[in-house]
Unconditional design. Structure first.
Length: 135
């Protein structure tokens, strides 16, 4: 397993980025620095982002990576988290007020992001989840 730390801070300076970790180039844990810490090619390789919680330093680059991936014609990025975390993202982030709802852009049938709620204490194979519903 290869771990890339794109950022690991609660704030941002020229030398520090907010939280984002990438495993094997395909799975991100948090999205604080996915666009600021990854080039476009690496952003396009991502398949899923596991969001630990909805604080801005853990989710902020979901906005710009959704836009970048839309412009690049990429398949949906799976945004994974607890039902509560995903609800906060839907209501307060991707709500067409703060940022467009990328679960409907470019189309509802082929969105830039798809939410996948985790059930606490239940094992989930994200690779199987990604391939089955999104193919």
């Amino acid at each position: 397993m290869k771990l890339f730390v794109a950022g690991c801070h609660g704030g941002e300076t020229p030398k520090h980025r907010t939280s984002a970790f990438v495993l094997d180039g395909k799975l991100a844990i948090d999205a604080g620095a996915l666009t600021s810490g990854l080039d476009l090619r690496a952003q396009c390789k991502l398949e899923a982002v596991l969001v630990s919680h909805a604080h801005l330093d853990h989710v902020r680059d979901l906005a710009t990576i959704a836009d970048n991936r839309t412009q690049m014609g990429m398949p949906p990025l799976l945004v994974v988290g607890t039902k509560m975390t995903l609800s906060v993202l839907q209501k307060h982030f991707f709500n067409d007020l703060v940022w467009p709802d990328f679960t409907r852009i470019p189309t509802a049938a082929a969105p830039a992001i798809r939410y996948f709620p985790l059930v606490p204490e239940r094992t989930t194979d994200l690779c199987a989840t990604r391939c089955a519903p999104c193919s």
